[in-house]
Design a protein around this ligand. Structure first.
Ligand code: DGP
Length: 139
């Protein structure tokens, strides 16, 4: 994968407001925050999208995401938050290194705005698709 701004942050070539670091994970404040406390949690492994992440790097992220979320809530006083994870330019990914956004939501409405437009569900098509996904997982 190509070098990204986040690889440079991991290597310390670009500064960040770090909130957490271990051997596999780095977390720091987003410089274009949707709300105060907007934090990015990234694996040090240089995968572009989450489906390309190794099991070990995923586990390392999963281990600390709840703890970092609690710290963001504790420090900001927010009681609600969203975790957002964009994959691909079509899905609004701008930095091509896996990252999880922790975005506090406040009473004043700041935080993540969600456009959620559910479509109708066809059970026959759903059954076929679920089977296809399960079969792909089993490969
Ligand atoms: P996404 O659209 O999911 O790829 O979000 C990328 C986020 O990364 C966006 O919210 C802004 C943030 N960002 C971009 N460049 C930098 C940077 O140099 N430093 C920090 N801290 N955040 C950055």
């Amino acid at each position: 994968m190509s070098d990204t701004i986040f690889s440079k942050i991991i290597r310390g070539e670009i500064p960040c407001h770090k909130v957490y670091e271990d051997a596999h994970v780095l977390a720091f404040l987003d410089v274009n925050p949707l709300s105060p406390g907007h934090t990015l949690v990234i694996p040090k492994e240089p995968a572009v999208t989450v489906d390309a992440l190794s099991d070990d790097a995923s586990a390392a992220i999963g281990r600390v995401l709840p703890r970092i979320s609690r710290a963001v809530l504790g420090a900001t006083g927010a009681s609600a938050f969203n975790i957002l994870q964009n994959n691909g330019a079509l899905a609004h990914q701008a930095v091509f290194h896996v990252h999880f956004h922790i975005i506090p939501k406040y009473d004043d409405g700041t935080g993540l705005g969600i456009g959620w437009k559910p479509q109708s569900f066809d059970h026959a098509a759903g059954k076929e698709l679920a089977g296809k996904i399960a079969a792909t997982l089993a490969k």
